[in-house]
Design a protein. Structure first.
Length: 319
């Protein structure tokens, strides 16, 4: 009987002891997108700083596929011990729930939120041959030629597509969607004047805006982007409600011990506040995140509801 009690107590104490000692070995950070993209850049910068703070290697594992769903699914099914975590964006963590017919996980139940890493404002640009320099001028142009102006996206149902659909709804314009397989071909065609408009994360378009090869007409955020302080928001230009920030945050498998989540959350918060991480990411247009796991969890719920409404209003078919 005594041996049985000792065994039960050992089972109860073991997770707590593990959480107190955590981490004692390398942490795998799954990036559900290819190397070199925004998610990879953010994960690499923040993961390197977390490695310093936690005293163990943080090793990136790029598992792209299905718009980020494949990698996040791997996180949701990993052991809940804190040694496998992932970075996700609006696509797999919020949009996929309404866009895809089958999603192998529920982002609000099958994942444990750790914290927001960065917020990335979306901006809209027009090709150099488009006779518009502001949102109002573009809207007037589109209303004068309904159905004759094209906009590029990095793929149907992604943030670049849905941001433009939201703009269409709020501005009351009829423009035609041209989906591409990723950002590179879409940017190539708008630079070549093959399409007229594109929404994208600031890091994707910033160098072209700064070089003057693309004209930025608005920021799809509540406030102006610090890296483009002279670019007004759409609300400032008379079209409120065009809010389409992308974002990236860390998640863990469900049932990961709260004490481990708390350690990871502290590491994320300290990382995004650090001068070296800020100096790498802020020039790309990223706005540093932070906050509690509970706040990030609420953010996931709110974002799912927002994008579901936009997908329904725009009539985007499930895939």
């Amino acid at each position: 009987m005594l041996r049985h009690i000792v065994f039960v107590l050992a089972l109860l104490v073991s997770p707590l002891a593990n959480a107190q000692d955590y981490p004692t070995r390398p942490i795998k950070l799954i990036v559900p997108f290819p190397a070199g993209g925004p998610a990879d850049i953010f994960a690499r910068s923040v993961g390197h700083k977390m490695q310093e703070l936690l005293g163990q290697p943080v090793i990136l594992d790029n598992r792209s596929g299905a718009g980020g769903v494949t990698g996040i699914d791997a996180v949701s099914k990993a052991e809940p011990d804190g040694y496998t975590i992932g970075i996700g964006s609006a696509g797999p963590l919020a949009i996929s729930a309404s866009l895809l017919k089958v999603v192998p996980f529920d982002s609000t139940n099958d994942l444990a939120p750790i914290g927001l890493v960065v917020r990335v404002p979306e901006i809209a640009v027009v090709a150099s041959n488009v006779p518009a320099k502001t949102s109002a001028e573009f809207v007037a142009l589109a209303k004068a030629s309904p159905g004759k102006i094209n906009f590029a996206s990095t793929g149907t149902g992604g943030t670049t597509h849905l941001a433009a659909e939201l703009y269409k709804i709020k501005a009351g314009i009829n423009i035609v969607h041209i989906p591409y397989r990723g950002a590179a071909p879409a940017v190539t065609d708008i630079l070549g004047n093959q399409v007229q408009l594109m929404f994208a994360d600031i890091p994707v378009l910033l160098e072209h805006v700064q070089a003057g090869t693309l004209k930025a007409i608005g920021t799809a955020s509540k406030t102006r982007a610090p890296v483009l302080p002279d670019l007004p928001t759409f609300e400032e230009q008379g079209t409120p409600g065009v809010l389409a920030d992308n974002w990236y945050g860390l998640v863990a498998p469900p049932k990961t011990p709260p004490a481990i989540i708390a350690k990871l959350n502290k590491a994320v918060n300290d990382a995004v506040k650090s001068a070296d991480v800020k100096s790498k990411l802020e020039p790309l247009g990223a706005v540093m995140g932070g906050g509690t796991p509970e706040e990030f969890g609420k953010h996931l719920v709110d974002e799912r509801a927002k994008w579901a409404e936009i997908i329904k209003a725009a009539g985007v078919p499930q895939q």
